[in-house]
Ligand binder design. Structure first.
Ligand SMILES: NC(=O)c1ccc[n+]([C@@H]2O[C@H](COP(=O)([O-])OP(=O)(O)OC[C@H]3O[C@@H](n4cnc5c(N)ncnc54)[C@H](OP(=O)(O)O)[C@@H]3O)[C@@H](O)[C@H]2O)c1
Length: 251
C-alpha cells in the first residue's frame, strides 16, 4: 500500500507519516515544500500517481468563515479531482469532533470551513473516510501564541475533551489500515478540560523550565457552544488514555 499525506509536514501530518512508516507502509509526505499546492492544484495530479490512499491533513490558520471555506472547499475539490484521475482507492479527511454541528459551525468561522470540507468530500462521490478527533493538547499552546503581547496572552475558554496529537495520529494511521474501514471514526481524550487553563499550565511549566517569568493567560469567555460543552464528544466515543497531566510531564 502506498499512502500520500497532504500536509505531511504539519502538526498531525508529520506524526501520521511516522505512524504509517512504523507500520511498514510506504508513505510520502506532501506540502508546498515538495512542490504540491493543494489550493492552486499545482503538482497534485502528478504527486498522487500510484497512490492507494490519500490522507488530507491540510490546514489554514484563520477564524474567518469565508477564508476557511474557500481554503477547505477548494483544496478538497482539487484533492478529489487528483484522486479520481489516479484511481485512488480512498481519501481520509482529518477533521474535528462536532465540526458538523450547526450550532458550533454557526459561531466559529474555522469550524464552518471544516464542515464545508467534510461536505465537499462527501459530495465528491469518492470512497471517503472522515476521521475526527477532539482538540489536541498542543492546540492550547498554539492558541496562547496567536493573541499575545509580551508576557500576556488572550486565550478563548474552550471546553473540550482534548487528546495528544501523537494519539490522534495513531488513530488516523489505524484507520488508514483498517479493513473494512468505517466511513466516520472518532476519538477523544480521557477528560474534559478548558483549553485556556491548559494554556496557562503549559506556559507556567515552560517558564519554570527556562527560569523565566511566566506568560499570563487571560481566558476570554466565548458566546455559544464553544465554551459550554458544544465541543465535547458524544457518550460512548472511543477515548485515548493519556491525560493532560501525563502529556505535560513528557512535553
Ligand atoms: N488542532 C487541533 O486541535 C485539531 C484537532 C482535530 C483535527 N484537526 C485538523 O487537523 C488538520 C491538520 O491540522 P494541523 O494543525 O496539523 O496543521 P498545520 O500544523 O497547520 O499544518 C498544515 C499542513 O498543511 C500544509 N499546507 C498548507 N497549505 C497548503 C497548500 N496550499 N498546499 C499544500 N500543503 C499545504 C502545510 O505545509 P506548507 O505550509 O509547508 O505547505 C502543513 O504541512 C486540520 O484540518 C485541522 O482542522 C486539528
Amino acid at each position: 500500500m502506498r499512502v500520500a499525506v497532504l500536509g505531511g509536514t504539519g502538526t498531525i501530518g508529520k506524526r501520521i507519516v511516522v505512524e504509517l512508516r512504523r507500520r511498514g507502509v510506504e508513505t510520502i509526505a506532501l506540502s508546498r515544500a515538495q512542490g504540491v499546492d493543494a489550493l492552486s492544484g499545482s503538482g497534485l495530479v502528478a504527486a498522487l500517481e500510484g497512490v492507494d490512499v490519500v490522507v488530507d491533513a491540510l490546514n489554514t490558520n484563520t477564524f474567518a468563515a469565508a477564508t476557511a471555506k474557500r481554503f477547505f472547499i477548494t483544496t478538497a475539490n482539487h484533492v478529489a479531482y487528483a484522486a479520481r484521475v489516479n484511481d485512488v482507492q480512498r481519501v481520509v479527511c482529518v477533521s474535528i469532533v462536532n465540526a458538523m454541528d450547526p450550532a458550533v459551525l454557526r459561531t466559529n468561522g474555522y469550524y464552518a470551513g471544516k464542515a464545508a470540507q467534510e461536505n465537499a468530500y462527501l459530495k465528491s462521490g469518492l470512497p471517503v473516510q472522515i476521521v475526527r478527533t477532539t482538540q489536541w493538547f498542543e492546540l492550547a499552546e498554539q492558541l496562547s501564541k496567536q493573541l499575545r503581547v509580551g508576557r500576556f496572552a488572550v486565550v478563548p475558554r474552550m471546553l473540550s475533551q482534548p487528546i495528544a496529537a501523537d494519539a490522534a495520529a495513531r488513530f488516523v494511521a489505524e484507520n488508514v489500515l483498517a479493513d473494512p474501514w468505517e466511513p466516520i471514526a472518532e476519538i477523544a481524550g480521557p477528560a474534559s478540560l478548558d483549553l485556556a487553563a491548559a494554556a496557562q499550565r503549559i506556559a507556567s511549566k515552560s517558564s519554570a523550565a527556562a527560569g523565566s517569568a511566566s506568560l499570563k493567560v487571560f481566558p476570554i469567555p466565548l458566546p455559544g457552544p464553544m465554551g459550554s460543552g458544544g465541543l465535547l464528544p458524544a457518550a460512548g466515543t472511543r477515548t485515548d488514555a493519556e491525560t493532560f497531566e501525563q502529556w505535560l510531564s513528557r512535553h
